[in-house]
Design a protein around this ligand. Structure first.
Ligand code: NAD
Length: 340
């Protein structure tokens, strides 16, 4: 099986080469992202392997089919960047890695909360500059606070488990509430109630037509003054302009992001020598109460190993029987026209 791997980074190549020792597929690594311009590089491949900021919209799917590609293997859980309907139309199967390490993402969300609350990023730099003042570092006890979790799937459920240890009240909203979480004191409420009662709101739902810009001017208006907002899920769950306005007014007390709606032009690259053209992103960087990481929540040794192993299982199953356990059902997703 010939596989073209887009958006290759060193960690991908190392992990994939190691896993491929048991499979013997022909791998061609490309640093470029998949999009309409680069799709021609897939000529002759049976499968392409892509990540979160590659674009597999309708035009790309049509071109992939024209080049003979029959499988798009995502090395991510989220698949909002893939047009599933177009894939079905052009006879392309789409597979993903449904759970490489929900612990990695849930733990990173908790790390962001702790780091942001106590302004550890400021403290770290201050102490290195022999500045031992505490002004501007005042946090709050997480114990006793109310945490609102939107999306209680694999990651949201683990996040709830971890946060339970802090002695908090857990509120949740999900279209499909889980009885096992109810038994662990997770209280399912309406979105409105979650917004109005939560001191911290953490997003763990997928990006789809219902959740695009879930956090907007209206939902922010329903939140508590000084709320902490955390997004480790997908950038377009929040309307950046509305959130910046909320930060400026002090309505949003602090913000942690691991994802950003226009991250495809920024994240995963070293742009330290360049002038960043995205004014919205740069505005986020000016706030002392905003902590941003560049889509690293998934990035643990365990997760990388699982991504690699599951991707090769998907490729292997598909090459043997034209189907795989982790293939995505057309009606289950965003079916979007653009990547986040
Ligand atoms: P999951 O499918 O196990 O859980 C998602 C949950 O969201 C489900 O319980 C589902 O019912 C719920 N949901 C769906 N639509 C909803 C809606 N409109 N409102 C509220 N809840 C809704 O997925 P997961 O493995 O927990 O991952 C969640 C998301 O985390 C992924 O979709 C992905 O976008 C993101 N993610 C981010 C990273 C990262 O590195 N930052 C890594 C992996 C996943």
């Amino acid at each position: 099986m010939n596989v073209v791997i887009y958006s290759t980074k060193e960690w991908v190549r190392v992990a994939f080469d190691r896993t491929n020792e048991q499979h013997g597929f022909t791998l061609r690594y490309l640093e470029t992202r998949l999009n309409e311009t680069t799709v021609a590089l897939a000529e002759g491949a049976d499968a392409v392997c892509i990540f979160v900021n590659d674009i597999a919209d309708r035009a790309v799917m049509e071109a992939l089919a024209g080049h003979g590609v029959r499988l798009v293997a995502l090395r991510s859980a989220g698949f909002n960047n893939v047009d599933l309907h177009a894939a079905a139309e052009f006879g392309i199967t789409v597979a993903r890695v449904p759970a490489y390490s929900p612990y990695a993402v849930a733990e990173h969300a908790v790390a962001l909360i702790l780091g942001l609350n106590r302004r550890l990023y400021r403290a770290y730099n201050r102490v290195r500059d022999n500045n031992f003042a505490l002004d501007g570092l005042l946090g709050f006890d997480i114990h006793g606070k109310t945490i609102g979790i939107i999306g209680t799937g694999k990651i949201g459920g683990i996040f709830a488990d971890i946060m339970n240890g802090f002695g908090v009240t857990l509120l949740a909203y999900d279209k499909y509430p889980r009885d096992d979480l109810r038994e662990k004191d997770v209280n399912y409420v309406s979105l409105e109630e979650l917004y109005s009662r939560s001191d911290i709101v953490s997003l763990h739902c997928p990006l789809n037509h219902e959740t695009h810009y879930l956090i907007n001017e209206n939902s922010i208006g329903l939140m508590k003054d000084g709320v902490m907002l955390v997004n480790t899920s997908r950038g377009p769950l929040i309307d950046s302009t509305a959130v910046i306005d909320g930060l400026k007014r002090g309505k949003i007390g602090s913000l942690a992001l691991d994802v950003y709606e226009e991250e495809a032009d920024l994240f995963f690259e070293d742009l330290s020598d360049q002038v960043i053209q995205d004014d919205t992103f740069v505005r986020f960087l000016t706030f002392p109460n905003v902590l941003i990481t560049a889509h690293q929540a998934f990035f643990t040794r365990e997760a990388v190993a699982n991504i690699s192993e599951t991707t090769f299982t998907n490729l292997s199953e598909f090459s043997e029987r034209n189907a795989c356990t982790n293939c995505i059902d057309v009606d289950s997703g965003y079916g979007g026209t653009s990547a986040s």
